[in-house]
Design a protein around this ligand. Structure first.
Ligand SMILES: *Cc1c(COP(=O)(O)O)cnc(C)c1O
Length: 386
C-alpha cells in the first residue's frame, strides 16, 4: 500500500465520523436512557430486583424470538451459567474456536473443563464445520453414549461456536454434527445481537445462547449479559443459579445449592431497555457504515469482510483483511498514530499461557487471519447521531 492510500483511508474514516479522533466502538445514548435511569433511581429499586430487569428480559426475548431470556451481570457469567446447566463438569472438554475473546475459554475453565480448539472458516471467521467434523469423526470414540477424545481420554460435553464480529456461523449444520455426537451447543452470541442466520436470530438455535451488553457491544447496559434458551425447565434453573439458588419465600432464606450472585442490577437493565428500543436503528446505521466501507475498500483493492451467505449481520466490528503481517502492522501503526483507533485480531487462544497445552486441531485459517485482520471504527456515532 502506498503512502497516499493510508492518507485516503484516514481521511475517509474521519469523514464518516466527522471527528479527528475516532474510537473503535463508542456507545451512543440518544433515546430514553436518562429518563429510565432517573425513574429507576426514583423508585429506589437499583439492585437485582426491579421492573426494568423483567422488562429488559421480555424485550430481548421478543426481539430475538427466543422463549426465555435471563439477565446476568455480564456475558462471561452468562456463558458460565449456560455451560454449568449444559452439564459441563470437571475434566470434560468443550469444543470452541481459537479466534475468540478470552471470556469464551475462561468460562469453560470456570467449570473445571478444558477448551479444545478446531479451526475457523474463512467465510464466517467463526467455527469451521469441516474442522469440527474432522475432530469428531477422527479424534473421538463413543462410550456410553458420549464422545471421548481419544488422545486425552476426556468426555466432549459441549461445543461453543462464536459469531465473530457479528457474522453468523453455519449454526444449523454445526448443531446437526454435534447432535450426532451427543454434544450440546451453546452459542456465544455476545457480538451478534441484531444478526440473523436464515432469518432467525443468532443465539436461539443452540441449547443455550448468550449475549453481552458490555460498553463496546451494539447495545450496552454498562456491564451485562443474557442467557437465552427455549427450554422452560432450563430457564428456571438459570434464574435460580444466578440468584444465589435462593428458594423463593416471603421472608425465609434457604439456598438449596451453591448459587451465584450473577443477576443484572435493575439500574443496568434500565439502560438496557432504553438501548434495545433503538436496536433496529443501530443495526441500520452499522450496516450503512459497512456498506460505505465496502465500496471504499473495493476501490482500493483491500478485502473488506462481508456477511456470509443466508445471513444478515449486525456488522458489530468492521473488518478488513490485509495482504500480510507487514502490511497489517503498517496499517495499525499509521491509523493509530493519526487518531483512528484500529486493532488486530485477538491473540489466538491456544497461544495464551493458560490454554497453550489444550488439545487443538490444525488451525491454518485462524493463523492466516490472525496475521492479516484489522478491526476498524464501527460505532453507531456516525452520520446524524453525532
Ligand atoms: C464481549 C464478549 C463476551 C462477554 O464479555 P463480557 O465483557 O463478560 O460481557 C464473551 N464472548 C465474546 C466473544 C465477547 O466478544
Amino acid at each position: 500500500m502506498k503512502k497516499c492510500d493510508f492518507k485516503n483511508i484516514v481521511e475517509f474514516i474521519r469523514n464518516i465520523y466527522k471527528k479527528d479522533f475516532v474510537a473503535l466502538h463508542e456507545p451512543v445514548f440518544i433515546g430514553n436512557e436518562k429518563k429510565y435511569l432517573n425513574d429507576c433511581i426514583d423508585s429506589t429499586f437499583v439492585s437485582s430486583i426491579g421492573e426494568y430487569v423483567d422488562k429488559f428480559e421480555k424485550k430481548i426475548a421478543e426481539y430475538t424470538g427466543v422463549k426465555y431470556a435471563i439477565s446476568t451481570v455480564n456475558g462471561t457469567a452468562a456463558l458460565h451459567i449456560a455451560l454449568l446447566l449444559a452439564g459441563v463438569k470437571e475434566n470434560d472438554e468443550v469444543i470452541t474456536q481459537p479466534l475468540t475473546f478470552v471470556a469464551t475459554c475462561n468460562a469453560i475453565k470456570y467449570c473445571g473443563a478444558n477448551p479444545v480448539f478446531v479451526d475457523i472458516s474463512l467465510k464466517t471467521l467463526g467455527m469451521s464445520l469441516d474442522s469440527l467434523k474432522k475432530f469428531l469423526d477422527n479424534y473421538t470414540e463413543i462410550k456410553n453414549g458420549y464422545a471421548y477424545n481419544k488422545r486425552t481420554g476426556r468426555k466432549i460435553k459441549a461445543c461453543v461456536p462464536m459469531h465473530t464480529f457479528g457474522h453468523p456461523v453455519e449454526i444449523d449444520k454445526i448443531i446437526e454434527v454435534c447432535n450426532e455426537y451427543n454434544v450440546d451447543v451453546i452459542e456465544d452470541a455476545a457480538e451478534s445481537l441484531g444478526s440473523f442466520y436464515k432469518n432467525e436470530h443468532t443465539g436461539t438455535f443452540g441449547k443455550f445462547g448468550i449475549l453481552s451488553f458490555n460498553g463496546n457491544k451494539i447495545v450496552t447496559t454498562g456491564g451485562g449479559g443474557m442467557v437465552l434458551t427455549n427450554d422452560r425447565e432450563l430457564s428456571k434453573k438459570a434464574e435460580h443459579l444466578t440468584t444465589t439458588a435462593k428458594v423463593s419465600h416471603p421472608y425465609e432464606y434457604f439456598h438449596d445449592e451453591i448459587g451465584y450472585n450473577y443477576r443484572m442490577p435493575n439500574i443496568n437493565a434500565a439502560l438496557g431497555v432504553a438501548q434495545i428500543e433503538q436496536i433496529e436503528k443501530f443495526v441500520e446505521i452499522k450496516r450503512k457504515i459497512a456498506h460505505e466501507y465496502k465500496i471504499f475498500f473495493d476501490k482500493m483493492g483491500i478485502k473488506f469482510f462481508t456477511e456470509p451467505e443466508n445471513c444478515r449481520s449486525n456488522y458489530w466490528l468492521n473488518t478488513i483483511i490485509l495482504e500480510n503481517k507487514k502490511q497489517r502492522d503498517e496499517f495499525l501503526e499509521i491509523t493509530n498514530k493519526n487518531g483512528i483507533q484500529t486493532r488486530p485480531a485477538w491473540t489466538l487462544m491456544h497461544k495464551l499461557p493458560m490454554y497453550k497445552s489444550c488439545f487443538k486441531m490444525e488451525t491454518l485459517n485462524a493463523e492466516y487471519i490472525e496475521e492479516r485482520l484489522v478491526n476498524i471504527p464501527s460505532g453507531v456515532n456516525a452520520y446524524e447521531t453525532n
